[in-house]
Design a binder for this molecule. Structure first.
Ligand code: EPU
Length: 420
């Protein structure tokens, strides 16, 4: 296993080009299953999760060819069921269910179960597919959705934490090939859902309202091949923006969408960081002392849960008390005890973390537990005195393209080494 060895204390300065969004490309790749014609997706990030989704599509019978930063998928003939355990390995692969049900009227996948950030149920995905007419059976750890006919319906997808991103994606994809009109209420408004809807519309789907809580889908008989360029990764961009603030640096994010990042950029402004926008470039500059802020994670357009850990690393460096409340995933605080190993003073009370910031951080070996927790440890390591070794870096490779190379280009002293 590999680790990142970080010699901290260098302000990060320069330009970083933001890659295509992981959480947009995964459902978009799944959507290629809806047609027997070839599709080309561009600005695809080179990530282990993306490679894994490629393997799943191949397993289902599609031809998948990665070329540079594009992928060409041709799902001429596919199967919708089988004895496989794909979803358990990558939670995001649950989004193959909607397209399989839409195209083949049958989808069988293993139930994903929980993961380190929380329980992660799929009851809302199933509720949505059942509303379209699917019969759902859960047996021996697998979920099977079958339908003789899918019919449009009005359905409510709100749950305990608000909306569901991949649940909305699944129902949206299945409904494109249902008969009649489907109206999803309390749909997720995330930019990744909008990007998926744009791709589906390019394939011939009839979707309006994506990006709002009400999405309307008029079913069509079939979809055709299409080309699409994936939106920039707003969480990767947020991570580098926070790293600029944490290291007292100045970073220009290239190919970024500030309009997808209002909540994060606004909170960074509240900490005293200076933000300048010029077209698709966002420059983030630390402007002297940082101020503590309180944050609550919420569905889009609220503060994203996927940037919560990184922001906590920044607040650990900020004198004063900050409170971060996690409202999306109940146990997404795995980074707290590892940040404490670097000297951070953080207490957890229910869904909130109370950060008594401003204590100097010093390097230590730490263990990455999930993707965003790893990013938080990297940020803390970059700002800490001495050397930090972030172990289990494969978590980072799931969602950050070439992170160590990008950081080196910004002046960081980071190397990838074999874990000792
Ligand atoms: N939920 C339910 N029932 C469901 C589905 C979700 O109760 O059927 C609950 C969840 O337990 C959670 C909340 O609803 O409390 C939101 O979960 P959501 O379904 O929106 O999460 P997801 O679609 O499985 C995607 C991203 C996550 C990101 C969340 C929230 C992908 C591949 N994953 O997951 O990304 O945190 O939305 O924005 O798109 C990451 O990139 O690090 C990551 C974990």
């Amino acid at each position: 296993m590999e680790s990142l060895l970080i010699k901290g204390g260098v302000p990060l300065c320069g330009d970083v080009t933001i890659s295509g969004a992981k959480n947009a490309v995964l459902p978009i790749m799944a959507a290629t299953l809806l047609t027997d014609e070839p599709c080309v997706i561009r600005r695809v990030p080179n990530l282990s999760d993306v490679k894994f989704m490629g393997q799943i599509l191949t397993w289902l019978g599609a031809s998948v060819k990665f070329e540079g930063d594009s992928v060409r998928v041709h799902a001429r003939k596919i199967k919708g069921a089988g004895d496989y355990d794909l979803v358990r390995k990558m939670r995001g692969s649950i989004c193959i269910m909607g397209p399989l049900l839409g195209r083949l009227r049958k989808a069988v996948v293993s139930l994903p179960g929980g993961c380190v950030i929380g329980a992660r149920p799929i009851n809302l995905h199933l509720k949505g597919m059942a509303a379209l007419g699917a019969k759902i059976k859960i047996q021996s750890g697998y979920v099977e959705a079958t339908a003789k006919k899918l019919s449009g319906a009005a359905l409510f997808l709100g749950g305990r934490a608000g909306s569901t991103v991949l649940g909305t994606a699944n129902v949206l994809m299945a409904a494109t090939l249902a008969e009649g009109v489907t109206i999803i209420e309390s749909a997720a408004c995330e930019p990744e859902v909008v990007d998926l809807a744009s791709f589906l519309n390019a394939m011939g789907a009839k979707i309006t309202g994506a990006g709002s809580p009400t999405i309307t889908i008029t079913g069509v008989k079939e979809l055709h091949g299409a080309e699409h360029t994936v939106i920039p990764d707003r969480i990767e961009a947020a991570t580098y923006a926070i790293a600029a603030a944490a290291t007292n640096g100045e970073i220009t994010l290239r190919n970024a969408r500030a309009d997808h990042m209002h909540a994060v950029l606004d909170k960074l402004k509240d900490t005293g960081v200076k933000i300048d926008r010029a077209g698709s470039a966002i420059t983030v500059r630390r402007n002297g002392k940082l101020q503590p802020v309180d944050i609550t994670t919420l569905p889009y357009a609220g503060f994203p849960t996927d940037a919560q850990a990184q922001m906590m690393a920044l607040m650990a460096l900020t004198p004063g008390i900050s409170i971060i409340t996690e409202r999306i995933f109940e146990s997404r605080f795995m980074h707290v005890s590892e940040l404490a190993r670097l000297g951070a003073d953080i207490e957890i009370e229910g869904p909130s973390a109370i950060i008594k910031g401003g204590k100097p951080l010093s390097g230590a070996p730490v263990m990455a537990s999930d993707l965003r927790a790893s990013a938080a440890l990297v940020i803390a390591g970059l700002a800490a005195r001495g050397t930090t070794q972030v172990n289990r870096v494969y978590h980072l490779d799931r969602g950050y393209e070439n992170m160590d190379a990008k950081l080196r280009k910004l002046g960081a002293r980071v190397e990838r080494v074999e874990e000792t």
